[in-house]
Write a protein that binds this ligand. Structure first.
Ligand code: FAD
Length: 308
């Protein structure tokens, strides 16, 4: 019940101002966000790399209203990639981009977002890494997949996230499970209407299993984006069934969630694990989606308010 309320709150400016301004929020935010600035993110990348965990970095920012903000997002990614290149981290770190931060929903947004993403893909290629497009709510899927197709012409390793919750995704993964494609399968973090998405957890889980089977049986590079132990077991079983080598797919989890499991998996011979690291000052939407996902995350937040 609380999940949908929190997801609704993630779009409210009033609640955003209240939560963002409250000093007691910060320690809880720090559990999920690797700091406000680039040096904070780089320190986290180094610490994880030392434990054999690769990363994908998300410079936080979404729901923008002006072209200048889209340019600022793009420039933040360019600076991030420059810094990763300077530290020789191109082989451990890729970046995750929300096209809304690049102006996707502004008038003429498709072209604007494509131009921003293209500049970031070019810089990523320069330092030997790549870009994955996050998936946002269902209204953005067609546009995101169209931009992906354009980007892949010049940058074939560009990846995309798809959400098992959406009915259309089973069809989308069939089209995407082809040679050279990189697909991150997630359950889906947005509140979606019953006309387009499964509403019950068990239906999302079943759809996830079907999509994962398609990706593992296919010729692309599956990225298993989940903290769910049942999903991880299933991925390992499917990899065995389809004769996949450990380096032909990877596990991805969010920064601050199931750290022990991330380390355990990464310690297994040849296993690839990537942590998704968000950083930046615009953390509100991301933070609220994490609270909505899991009562334990919310309980942690409420406890920290009471114990200060
Ligand atoms: P859930 O269904 O939330 O949980 C299943 C089980 O996992 C739980 O019962 C528990 O056993 C375990 N678990 C989950 N969380 C915890 C925890 N905090 N501590 C201990 N155990 C836990 N969503 C999008 O819509 N678009 C994206 O682009 C996107 N990118 C993502 C990238 C990555 C790398 C990841 C991991 C997630 C991403 N998501 C994205 C979020 C995703 O859609 C889900 O909302 C989120 O991952 C929660 O689903 P879950 O599969 O982890 O399992």
């Amino acid at each position: 019940m609380l999940g949908p309320l929190l997801l609704a709150a993630s779009g409210s400016d009033r609640i955003r101002r209240f939560v963002s301004g409250a000093p007691m929020t910060r320690p809880v935010v720090d559990r999920f966000i690797a700091g406000d600035a680039l040096p904070d993110a780089l320190a986290t990348v180094r610490a994880l790399a030392a434990r054999g965990i690769d990363v994908t970095l998300d410079h936080l920012g979404e729901d923008i209203t002006e072209v200048s903000q889209a340019h600022r997002s793009r420039d933040a990614y360019l600076a991030l990639l420059d810094a990763l290149g300077a530290e020789g981290l191109g082989d451990r770190a890729e970046v995750s981009v929300k096209l809304s931060a690049f102006g996707q929903s502004l008038p003429g947004g498709r072209r604007l977002a494509l131009e921003g993403a293209r500049a970031v893909c070019a810089k990523a290629a320069e330092i030997g890494t790549t870009v994955t497009l996050d998936m946002e709510d269902h209204t953005t899927v067609d546009s995101t997949l169209a931009i992906l197709a354009e980007l892949r012409r010049d940058f074939p390793r560009t990846g995309v996230a798809v959400q098992a919750a959406l009915f259309r995704t089973e069809q989308d993964v069939r089209a995407l499970a082809s040679s050279g494609s990189r697909v991150r399968l997630v359950k889906g973090a947005y509140k979606e209407p019953a006309s387009v998405a499964h509403q019950r957890r068990q239906d999302v889980d079943r759809a996830y299993a079907r999509c994962l089977n398609t990706l593992m049986a296919g010729e692309g590079y599956p990225m298993v984006g989940s903290h769910d132990p049942r999903v991880i077991d299933l991925a390992l079983k499917l990899a065995e069934r389809y004769g996949r080598a450990p380096d032909s797919y990877e596990f991805q989890m969010l920064y601050g969630i199931r750290d022990g499991e991330q380390r355990r998996l990464a310690a297994e011979e040849g296993r690839r694990v990537r942590a998704y690291i968000p950083y930046g000052s615009d953390w509100y939407g991301y933070f609220m989606r994490r609270l909505a996902e899991r009562p334990a995350n919310l309980a942690f937040f409420l406890r920290s308010l009471l114990t200060r």
